[in-house]
Design a protein around this ligand. Structure first.
Ligand code: URP
Ligand code: ZN
Ligand code: ZN
Ligand code: ZN
Length: 472
């Protein structure tokens, strides 16, 4: 099927263009002002932005966290993503059985996603222990299209400094980007034990058990370990505070290759949520912060110091949370849903408020993740030959977030009742319409696995500017 999108404003990371766009065989075939294409379906995008579809580089679909399995699998999770304008997800594989190898998890995740995902997908590896065999295996994982790995500094399979250094060194060597969940586990354990011993089990104590210094310390530590590992490229996930961002800016001023992601929850929700009747629904790590931290993150988003916006979608229903926690925050599975809300929220609170330009919106939601995670320029760009993964956004429309209209399997939305300025009219995945006006019209199993290229620093975004290294 050939499709022609007319009358819209094309937007990529570099600018805005009054051009039409021709899609053929799932890719962008032509752009221009008077494209003729007899017999093709015409989409009138008058008054709308036509942008590269979103790339959500941080989801956890179907994840087993030991005490529970998240309520979204690769079908419901990608269906929700598509309805929210996201056309690619890169899922963080969960921990496997003790001692399992990297390819074990990869095979499992191919089973989870194959025949289920409605949009294209990739996987980040997870390093749950380090030994010679794991280090050896990293090379064949990159060959298999997994060119980024996550290390955890907290939770059950936290890594110590020796293992972190070995992993960073080897991952750089094999062409992979190291992503890290930075929180100081020892400090958290100490505080949590003291709070629980004093009978403090309500949701707000979750936040008190992991203050921002726990996160900032671990970010600082990772920056220095990455430098010691020969400037191994480093990607900080789910940044929630300003001090951590200051450390990252300092490292960058010294030329270190570090990048950082934040999430809508850290820009829009604060710790007051823990005092709501449904405070349990907001438990995640790092936790929601005081309002002053949100402001610091917005400054980073506007200035270009924050590179990507992902969701960390990890959904446990209210029912699951209630049953497992029995009133104790420390027994509640962590994580928030939100894969469907990322683009509408950033468009409304970023573009429509004037905090960011439409191009910066594209950089944060699509182009930068493509550049960092080996998908550029096939994804995240409007260049000829790129996959026709597109989102059409109407700045004149509005959307009210209500969970009953979302497409995930959770039973609540952390953003319930929020008004978004801007309306997603269409999402296209490789040229096929997968969502229309918030309704899913795609097909289970239509998504393909993306074997991602090795990490390439020459393509990575340059912080604090809209300039990119390397040719477009
Ligand atoms: O609480 C969170 N963020 N859960 C998801 C797993 C992780 O730490 O990214
Ligand atoms: Zn994490
Ligand atoms: Zn996560
Ligand atoms: Zn609801």
């Amino acid at each position: 099927m050939r499709r022609l999108i007319i009358n819209g404003t094309l937007v990529d990371e570099a600018g805005e263009y009054r051009e039409d766009l021709l899609i053929e065989e799932g890719v962008i075939r032509a752009r221009g002002t008077s494209l003729m294409a007899p017999g093709c379906e015409v989409i009138d995008a008058a008054g709308c932005y036509v942008m590269p579809g979103g790339i959500d580089a941080h989801t956890h679909f179907n994840i087993d966290v030991g005490i529970a399995r998240s309520c979204d699998d690769f079908y419901s999770g990608t269906r929700a993503a598509a309805c929210g304008g996201t056309t690619t997800i890169i899922d963080h594989m969960g921990f496997g059985p003790a001692g399992c190898n990297l390819h074990h998890q990869l095979a499992l995740y191919h089973e989870y996603a194959g025949g289920q995902a409605v949009i294209d997908y990739g996987f980040h590896g997870v390093v749950q222990h380090v030994d010679d065999a794991i280090l050896h295996e990293m090379a064949s994982m990159v060959e298999a299209g997994v060119s980024s790995f996550k290390l955890y500094l907290t939770y059950q399979y936290k890594l110590g400094d020796t293992d972190v250094l070995r992993a960073l060194t080897r991952l750089k060597e094999v062409g992979a980007l190291t992503a890290v969940h930075p929180e100081n586990d020892a400090a958290i354990a100490e505080r949590r034990a003291a709070l629980l011993a004093a009978g403090h089990t309500a949701p707000y104590y979750h936040a008190l058990s992991r203050p921002l210094e726990c996160e900032a310390e671990a970010i600082g530590r990772m920056i220095n370990l990455a430098r010691l590992a020969g400037d191994a490229p480093l990607y900080i996930v789910h940044l929630s505070n300003g001090l951590g961002l200051d450390y990252l800016k300092l490292a960058r001023r010294q030329g270190q290759p570090v990048w950082v992601e934040t999430c809508p929850q850290y820009l829009l929700l604060d710790e007051a949520c823990y005092f709501r009747e449904n405070g349990l629904d907001y438990l995640l790590s790092p936790p929601l912060r005081p309002r002053s931290e949100l402001d610091k993150l917005w400054v980073g988003v506007t200035a270009g110091d924050i590179d990507t916006l992902a969701t960390d979608h990890c959904s446990f229903s209210h029912a699951q949370r209630l049953a497992l926690s029995r009133g104790d925050f420390s027994r509640c599975p962590n994580g928030l849903p939100g894969v469907e809300n990322r683009l509408p929220l950033l468009f409304s609170e970023g573009v429509m408020t004037g905090r960011i330009t439409p191009s910066r919106f594209v950089a944060l939601t699509s182009a930068n993740p493509a550049r960092l995670f080996g998908l550029w320029p096939r994804k995240g760009s409007l260049s000829l030959g790129a996959d026709a993964d597109l989102v059409v956004i109407d700045p004149r429309g509005e959307q009210l977030i209500e969970h009953q209209h979302l497409h995930d399997n959770a039973d609540y939305s952390p953003y319930e009742g929020m008004h978004c300025r801007g309306l997603l009219r269409l999402t296209l995945s490789r040229g096929e319409v997968v969502a229309r006006e918030g309704e899913f019209v795609g097909r289970r199993g239509a998504g393909r696995f993306l074997a991602r290229d090795p990490f390439n620093a020459a393509l990575a975004p340059v912080a604090g500017s809209s300039q990119q290294r390397g040719a477009r």
